[in-house]
Ligand binder design. Sequence first.
Ligand code: TLP
Length: 350
Amino acid sequence: MKPIDLRSDTVTLPTEEMLEAIRHAELGDDVYGEDPTVNKLEEMAAEKMGKEAAMLVPSGTMANLVSVLSNTKRGDSAVLEANSHIYWYELGGISAIASVLPLPVRGTMGVMDPSDIEAALRPKGLHMAKTTLVCIENTHNRAGGTIVTPSQTEAISKVAKEHRLRLYMDGARIFNAAVALKVDVQQFTRHVDNLMFCLSKGLSCPVGSIVVGTEEHIQKARRARKILGGGMRQAGVIAAPGIIALEKMIDRLEDDHRNARLLAEGLIKMEGIKVDMKTVQTNMVIFDIDSLGVRADIFVKKMKGHGVLAGNISKTRIRMVTHRGIEKEDIEKALAATEETIRELRKKTH
Ligand code: TLP
């Protein structure tokens, strides 16, 4: 039987309509700017985000790196959240490739306090790596898909403006935030200079992320993408499902949020499992199994034996992500499998 895959929303497969759109996409060489499908997607994305221009890249990791590169110079420093994806999961590309010194600031549920950002800035001076950039993440992955609200984003943007810093948003799942708060996505984007969002997560596309900003910024970002080897030719095959994603796949994220809540409500009832319900805001559930006295990687392995895939994100914490293809019945099965796993482990330790 096919496992219930709750490791990530990146496992979503394209819809039939997306596959059909790929088959019929009008194509050209995008390095010459001549792929009409890419051009259409980039225009749609810029308009949706309320910015001047946009650029398609293969992955969220490249989108973040391109954005760091195009917002900074070698030897600058950048403030980011201590548990952010850029800091944790991107092989240190910010330092290894962009030569930028990260200044990590610990947030609360993924949200940095503006005064902590201010305190982290390097003062001007001969000895200092000049701070030029602040990065926020929305929704925040390691905090459990938590939202940086529009007013929190605005407060951070005030600090950025005051200190003449650029503000960048890793908005890999920004539509999850907008749908959860029932606000237009521009309520977030208007406070940042540039951002990226992913097509390949909850929006179900097979590949792709989009960098958005001013015309001038995107011109710079195009050079950064090229040096990283991200200039693609008939990239319309990637853009075609992206168009469908923007037109049709956003509102359904609400179903994923409902399922995540259902999952969390079931998990919290189980002995030995802790869920901080405040963090269950979108399509992720992170739970702690510390009091079970078993390592998270072992727990995850046992779950796999019961047909459920999850991710261990620390020694004691496990992440489950809901997405298209996961229905209410799958949540019920996942809960039953978790209960069974706990029972088995208890038997072993008694
Ligand atoms: N996140 C993946 C893993 O890399 C952890 C996941 O399964 O959640 N920003 C954020 C906030 C992300 O969550 C991710 C992917 C990325 C950037 C990178 O995107 P990709 O995987 O397309 O390079």
